[in-house]
Design a protein around this ligand. Structure first.
Ligand SMILES: [Zn+2]
Length: 75
């Protein structure tokens, strides 16, 4: 039996197999998409001039909403 190395999912921290395709270092495709979406949002924001409105968006995104999104079905 080959036990493959496990790493925490890059999005939710759940132990997952780093080498398992196609989701890579994520426990599931949803976490992969969440991370990708986060990355794309950063790109959009960087390409725009910053305004106070942008900072308010960041305030809404602080942590909890993502944690709750992972709660359904995993326990
Ligand atoms: Zn995950």
């Amino acid at each position: 039996m080959d036990k493959k190395p496990q790493i925490p999912c890059a999005t939710c921290g759940k132990p997952t197999n780093f080498f398992s395709p196609p989701t890579g270092p994520f426990c599931c495709q949803r976490c992969q998409l969440v991370d990708l979406g986060r990355w794309l949002n950063e790109e959009y924001r960087i390409s725009e001039p910053l305004t106070p409105d942008h900072l308010e968006e960041y305030a809404d995104l602080s942590g909890d909403s993502l944690d709750h999104a992972e709660d359904d079905g995993s326990h």
